[in-house]
Design a protein around this ligand. Structure first.
Ligand code: NDP
Ligand code: 2IT
Length: 450
């Protein structure tokens, strides 16, 4: 199967210095080997070569003025990766680390994730290297307006529908939406993750975290277990982490950690959810402030722990939910989790586990739910928001949550069944990649060369 190797080599030459994208592409293409061997049509239609190439990549300058009156410049991105299944759909990330490789890996993953939801959405992603940390509300607004001043001409409710990701929540979606409306004069479902009183969906804010927990529930149920009484590790302290923690409590589990870029918070009594929400959603302050409300908790600073792994993964527990960022979980972390007896891991973040650490989990036969399956609840509920917008309706929370639970159960079933079909029933990475790919590839073949 030399063309998989050749395609990956080709990417390294045509798109140099994109390590995160190569990592994501290599994982998917390696998983496709058994499918490509058994079904030559994908090779005949050059689907592999076509699927790794974005349909369109937009890069632009974003100029805005800070509170001191200085003009600042950032890079803006939107990658429209694949529209075989529907309009491009995927979040926007505002973080200092953003570059072309990160946006490309996220857009690539989004193709297969969106396919797994079974909903009519293609794959896209965008963002900026704008760093929201320490910015005033007025600066955030001016940046969002400047970013949308270019983006608006490339998006629309039936062409490309952005949403949030790291650094982009309901506040930013509001400023982006206001600017889109000002520029186009149209009030329409061009963004998801909107607030409830102007077109948002009940349950969207919670959906990624809740979905990652529902995915874990499905994996455990297949092994005759459930989450009740289980001690859980959660990383991150943003949107996905907070609603993972909320759902874990609702299902009788005990989440004892969360984390941010500076370190890990460990509260053996269980993370106090109301305090965490107040700190992160209202005050937008650092996680260390938690200790003033809960002095028995401890904050393990990364500065004091310069080793290979991360403190959050060394705390003994039963189930783990990485919900911060890519490659946050290394081989050292995987070994610590496995030796402490973790039996299940569900990825709320995108590609949080390094390739070698994924192999550790698969070799150890723990229940391992890869991000493109486990965190698909967020984008799935975004599509439910699009459906409500286009029919001018607002559904109840119960209706949205019932649909989310059904979608997560279906994703799990299709990953597990596909893994079994290819002789590796424990390998949901293989199952997710083949199941997602098949849907997109079949649509591409049926739509001809384009
Ligand atoms: P938020 O911005 O709300 O929170 C991000 C959290 O991750 C923060 O606690 C942040 O800490 C931490 N973090 C970010 N970057 C780093 C880094 N380089 N090193 C260590 N910690 C970091 O983002 P979300 O919760 O929305 O997103 C978290 C993950 O979930 C991302 O991988 C995202 O792609 C994924 N995801 C999000 C979805 C959504 O609907 N929002 C849907 C599906 C996946 P600090 O504040 O210190 O930076
Ligand atoms: O990675 C993701 O799936 C998201 N950030 C959510 C995308 C969306 O369109 O809701």
């Amino acid at each position: 199967m030399t063309y998989i190797h050749d395609t990956l080599e080709g990417l390294r030459h045509s798109s140099p210095a994109q390590s995160e994208f190569y990592q994501a592409a290599e994982e998917v293409l390696e998983c496709l080997r058994p499918l490509l061997e058994s079904d030559p049509q994908y090779h005949d239609h050059s689907i592999i070569e076509r699927i790794v190439e974005p349909e369109r990549q937009i890069m632009f300058r974003v100029c805005w003025t800070d509170d001191a009156g200085r003009v600042r410049v950032n890079k803006g991105y939107r990658i429209q990766f694949n529209s075989a299944l529907g309009p491009y759909k995927g979040g926007l990330r505002f973080h200092a680390s953003v570059n072309a490789s990160i946006i490309k890996f996220l857009g690539f993953e989004q193709i297969f994730k969106n396919a797994l939801t079974g909903l009519p959405i293609g794959g896209g992603k965008g963002g900026s290297n704008f760093d929201p940390k320490g910015k005033s509300d007025a600066e955030i607004m001016r940046f969002c307006q400047a970013y949308m001043s270019e983006l608006y001409r490339h998006i629309g409710p039936t062409t490309d529908v952005p949403a949030g990701d790291i650094g982009v929540g309901a506040r930013e979606i509001g400023y982006l939406y206001g600017q889109y409306k000002r520029l186009t004069g149209r009030y329409e479902g061009v963004l998801t993750g909107k607030r409830l009183n102007w077109g948002g969906s009940l349950g969207r804010k919670e959906a990624t975290g809740y979905g990652a927990v529902y995915f874990a529930q499905n994996m455990l149920a297949d092994r005759g277990e459930d989450l009740r009484g289980k001690t859980c590790l959660v990383s991150g302290a943003g949107n996905v982490a907070i609603y993972t923690i909320e759902k874990l409590y609702q299902l009788g589990a005990l989440p004892v950690t969360c984390s941010d870029s500076r370190g890990t918070l460990h509260d053996p009594q269980g993370i106090d959810l109301e305090t965490l929400k107040r700190l992160k959603e209202v005050e937008r302050g650092p996680l260390t402030h938690y200790l003033t409300y809960r002095p028995d908790a401890r904050y393990l600073s990364r500065e004091d722990d310069p080793g290979e792994g991360h403190a959050v993964w060394r705390i003994p527990a039963d189930v783990a939910f990485p919900c911060a960022t890519q490659n946050e979980l290394t081989v050292a972390d995987a070994e610590a989790l496995i030796s402490n007896g973790v039996t299940c891991l569900s990825e709320g973040a995108n590609m949080p586990t390094t390739a070698k650490a994924v192999d550790c989990f698969l070799d150890a036969r723990i229940a391992y739910g890869p991000g493109k399956a486990a965190n698909a609840g967020g984008v799935a509920t975004s599509q439910l928001e699009m459906a409500q917008n286009s029919s001018m309706q607002q559904w109840t929370l119960e209706k949205v949550d019932n649909k989310l639970q059904a979608i997560m159960a279906d994703i799990y079933r299709s990953c597990a069944d596909t893994a079994a079909e290819f002789g590796a029933p424990h390998n949901l990475v293989l199952g997710a990649n083949i199941a997602g790919f098949r849907k997109v590839a079949d649509a591409m073949i049926e739509q001809g060369v384009c």
